[in-house]
Design a protein around this ligand. Structure first.
Ligand SMILES: [Ca+2]
Ligand SMILES: [Ca+2]
Length: 375
């Protein structure tokens, strides 16, 4: 099979919404709440591995790498975040902000690139990620488009994501809320409706790459182990909002107490100690890793390791989809649903789809990668 057509044409998330498959795509669990205990460890400060290279990278900050505690043992965290494991990463450069609409537009103007959301869907490819026997979608549903958050007017069951995600023909990065919307005034907002393939194409153009899941979490933790949130142990210390998340009652009542109902201009909230903005909230960020719900359990020896040639993806809630790990939560993460505005939070995201709350930022290796720990 041609790998490009495989990647570019399948949109399993679309069918999951249209057919009302309510498990998996966004495997947020409404039963999960804030972790109950402070898990701050004695060894809080991470010993950094690599000094900053002398030549800086424009728009990027140096992440010094080191050995850190990834994931969590907190009782109320999602199972896919457990157990906490020791992980090492080498130093790397990382974009200070999520990639913006203006930056992505430069890429499209220079290359003529057409994103996955702007292409017609091939049913023959799509059905391979769906349960056997799934009936063919109507042609109208196979037109270019993407998933847009469409809040209901009333509280709805939190087990049915089709209540707030709508397959929207004509929605793409240029039209984030649907064909009638545009980017006017949103030039400095994060680009959305980006599938993995789109992010990789942009990365190749700028000479960078997507971060691994390990690198992303190291960077989000800002050099301190064991904190529940990227900035400490409280979501809103002294009442201050430190990230663009969702206040109110998800999905119907978005109070916007942090100043934003949707995406916000990048760097609207304080940077972490490395100088990174919006690692938590605003939009989820793609990583280069396939999603395996048992990843940390396998590292810890609590689950069998995956042998070479085995499917790298495992998500019991979405067994037919190939998913990449996304990190950091978004403007749609609320205390009553999702709760993914934490460094250890991770989700699977269909590799062939974008949505209105997923974007990305990139990293770059230093010329001299001394420790070579990212292998
Ligand atoms: Ca908000
Ligand atoms: Ca983010």
């Amino acid at each position: 099979m041609d790998s490009n057509s495989y990647i570019s044409t399948m949109k399993s998330s679309v069918a999951f919404i249209l057919f009302g498959f309510t498990l998996g795509l966004f495997s947020c669990n409404s039963s999960s709440t804030h972790p109950a205990s402070n898990s701050t460890t004695v060894d809080q400060i991470i010993k950094f591995a690599d000094p900053e290279p002398p030549v800086k990278e424009q728009g990027m900050v140096w992440i010094p790498g080191g050995e850190f505690i990834m994931g969590t043992n907190e009782a109320d965290a999602y199972e896919a975040e457990k157990p906490a494991v020791n992980v090492k990463v080498s130093g790397f450069w990382m974009d200070a902000t999520e990639v913006t609409n203006a930056q992505f537009e430069e890429f499209v103007k220079a290359t003529g690139y057409v994103t996955v959301a702007e292409r017609t869907i091939d049913w023959e490819e799509l059905k391979k990620q769906l349960p056997p026997g799934t009936p063919k979608l109507d042609e109208s549903a196979l037109q270019p488009g993407s998933l847009v958050f469409t809040p209901p007017s009333q509280p709805v069951p939190l087990t049915d994501i089709s209540q707030w995600w709508t397959w929207t023909p004509g929605a793409n990065w240029r039209h984030p809320e649907g064909p009638e919307s545009n980017l006017q005034g949103k030039e400095n907002h994060p680009v959305v409706h980006i599938a993995f393939e789109d992010a990789e194409a942009y990365a190749k153009w700028v000479g960078k790459r997507l971060p691994t899941e390990f690198e992303w979490e190291f960077a989000a933790r800002g050099g301190v182990n064991g904190k529940r949130f990227a900035w400490g142990d409280e979501l809103t210390p002294e009442g201050k909002f430190l990230a663009n998340t969702f206040q109110g009652n998800f999905p119907n009542r978005n109070e916007g107490a942090d100043g934003y109902l949707g995406t916000s201009p990048v760097s609207s909230f304080p940077a972490n100690s490395f100088g990174l903005y919006d690692m938590i909230g605003n939009v989820w960020e793609l990583t280069s890793d396939w999603y395996d719900a048992l990843k940390f359990a396998r590292i810890a020896g609590h689950a069998p390791k995956l042998d070479a040639g085995m499917n790298p993806c495992y998500n019991p809630n979405n067994p037919y989809a190939m998913e990449r790990v996304i990190k950091g939560g978004s403007f749609l993460c609320a205390p009553n649903y999702c709760v993914n505005y934490r460094p250890s939070a991770r989700q699977g995201h269909a590799f062939d789809s974008g949505t209105s709350n997923v974007g990305f930022r990139l990293v770059k290796d230093p010329v001299d990668n001394k420790l070579g720990l990212n292998q």
